[in-house]
Each structure stands twice: as structure tokens, then as C-alpha cells.
Design a protein around this ligand. Structure first.
Ligand code: SF4
Length: 309
């Protein structure tokens, strides 16, 4: 009996040999690995002059070849068994003036979420101590804000949290919406390790997901973060209704930045009733990871792959 071919796996290569016939020749195997992937795997330094076609060729490589190349590259630079434990905390929930279609925290959507004020510094530092005792070496904090304009007191409190966490010998990451050059410098001086600001999807698809700020505004925040010497954490969300070309577009954007983001979080949409994307189906389970910063998606940090493209 033959099983139906799973749908939605366009990159699967159907095997035409069984246990009796020999395996495919090395030449036939090699023909399925694009040169650009072979070169990327052999690279000794990151490159930032990728074309969209080259990124598309890597994206369309059969999954097992891609996994193998990715593992080989990862092992060149990292202990393959090492993971980092991070704890994420929402320090200010809901009431956000942005209209991100996937997010329960936007004040534009009727999700029943109750907005809260920012958590006090002491309360946050107490949670950090617990996280450290549980094995985390990085503490990440998310606040549902459009930007930090006119939020002097909040920024002061965030900086106290940052230096308090650094004082416990941990890494610290925040996501506070858009920030300018001066705010980025202040956060750096407080000891911030990384700043999260996701691009979400391709430049072309982006306006169908968010209308209250532009792709270029997001890229500007990434510039400010990078220029201040803070590590950049910037990724996207799968399952928004984007095409493969949009995923390639996002990968192309991040791999062509002046330097690659140190982290590339890949989230999967969890549709929330009351949001414009609330009726979408979740993408297949094999893409899913753990909980996310904003509570609307799941994070899979595939950071090192893009870091070395
Ligand atoms: S994703 Fe962030 S910026 Fe967008 S609505 Fe939610 S909290 Fe606001």
C-alpha cells in the first residue's frame, strides 16, 4: 500500500530507490546542493552581499541537506550540545498603540486582554533571582510600547533593571519598541547585552500585517542598536499568510544588513481570537518551539544559521 504524499512539503525529494537498488551517485547528490550553500558552509567569515536569488537557492535546498550543512557549520563554532537557558518576562502588558495584526497586546484589537502598568524594579529583580536559581543565564524583558518617546521615567526604570541584572552576572535583553540613538546609548551604558526588534516578514508583505509604523522605521531602530554596540536580536513570524518568497525576502534583508543579527528568532503564529489573524490556522507542529516574548507567537531561535550566512 502506498501512503499519500504529504502536502505542503514542496522541498521533499522523493526517493526513487529502495533497499535493493544502490544509493544515488555522489554526482546526483551534489547536483541538489547549490554552489552557494557549499560556499556558505566553507566560509570563514560572514558575508553581507547576498542576492535574493542566492538566499532563495539556499531556502529551496532539500531539508535534509540543509540540516546537515547547518549542523556542520554550527559545530565549527559551537559545542553542539550546549544550549543557553533564558527567561522572558513581560514587564508591561497590553495597551499598545501599534496595530500588529497578530498581537493580543494591541489596543486596536478586542482580545479581552487587560493592560497593566510597568512592573516595579524590585519585583522584576526578584524574578531575575528566581530565574538565575533555575539555571537561566539571560533575562529578557518585553514591554508593549510603540516607542520610548516621552518615557523618561520608564527608561530610567528599565536601565535600573538592566544594571541590576548585569550585577547578578547575567546577560540581559529588552524589547521596548522603537528607540533612537540616544536611548540606545543609554541602554548600552546601563549594560544591555541585546535588543529585540523583529522585522516580522518581507518588506513587500509587511504593510498587510502592520500599518502604524514602516519597515524602514524598524530598520532604523536596528541601526541605532547596532551603532550603540548592543547585540541585535531580530527575526520573523511564520504563518501570517506569507509566501515562500516573503520568507526569502526576510532572510535576504537580515543577511544583507551591515552586520548580521546575533539572534534570529523564528516565531510561529498562535492565532488569538479578536486579532485580525485570529482565524488563521496554525502552521504544522514541526515548526513550533517554546513560548515567546510578546505572548502571541512561539519562538524557535535558529540564530546561528543566519549569523554565518
Ligand atoms: S507586537 Fe509589540 S509593537 Fe506590535 S502591537 Fe504587540 S506589543 Fe505593540
Amino acid at each position: 500500500m502506498s501512503l499519500p504524499i504529504p502536502r505542503g512539503l514542496p522541498r521533499t525529494v522523493l526517493r526513487s530507490y529502495g533497499t535493493v537498488q544502490g544509493p544515488p551517485s555522489a554526482t546526483s547528490l551534489a547536483s541538489r546542493i547549490p554552489n552557494v550553500l557549499i560556499e556558505a558552509t566553507a566560509a570563514t567569515a560572514p558575508r553581507t552581499n547576498w542576492t535574493r536569488e542566492e538566499v532563495g537557492a539556499v531556502y529551496n535546498t532539500p531539508l535534509n541537506q540543509l540540516t546537515y550543512a547547518s549542523q556542520a557549520l554550527h559545530r565549527k563554532f559551537h559545542d553542539p550540545s550546549a544550549i543557553q537557558m533564558c527567561t522572558l518576562m513581560n514587564i508591561k502588558t497590553g495597551g499598545c498603540s501599534e496595530d500588529c495584526s497578530y498581537c493580543a497586546q494591541s489596543s486596536k484589537h478586542n482580545t479581552g486582554l487587560k493592560a497593566t502598568k510597568m512592573s516595579p524594579v524590585d519585583e522584576v529583580l526578584e524574578k531575575v533571582r528566581m530565574a538565575k536559581a533555575n539555571g537561566s543565564t539571560r533575562f529578557c524583558m518585553g514591554a508593549a510600547w510603540r516607542d520610548m518617546r516621552g518615557r523618561k521615567t520608564s527608561l530610567k526604570n528599565v536601565k535600573q533593571m538592566v544594571s541590576g541584572i548585569r550585577g547578578m552576572n547575567m546577560e540581559v535583553c529588552v524589547t521596548l519598541g522603537m528607540i533612537d540613538q540616544d536611548q540606545a546609548k543609554e541602554l548600552k551604558e546601563a549594560g544591555l547585552t541585546a535588543y529585540n526588534h523583529n522585522l516580522d516578514t518581507s518588506r513587500e508583505f509587511y504593510p498587510t500585517i502592520i500599518t502604524t509604523r514602516s519597515y524602514d522605521e524598524r530598520l532604523r531602530t536596528l541601526d541605532h542598536v547596532r551603532d550603540a554596540g548592543i547585540n541585535v536580536c531580530s527575526g520573523g513570524i511564520l504563518g501570517l499568510g506569507e509566501t515562500d518568497a516573503d520568507r526569502v525576502g526576510l532572510l535576504h534583508t537580515v543577511s544583507s544588513l551591515p552586520s548580521h543579527p546575533e539572534s534570529f528568532p523564528v516565531n510561529a503564529l498562535v492565532p488569538i481570537p479578536g486579532t485580525p489573524l485570529g482565524d488563521r490556522k496554525m502552521i504544522p507542529v514541526e515548526y513550533h518551539g517554546g513560548p515567546s516574548l510578546c505572548g502571541e507567537t512561539s519562538d524557535v531561535h535558529l540564530n546561528r544559521w543566519v549569523s554565518h550566512l
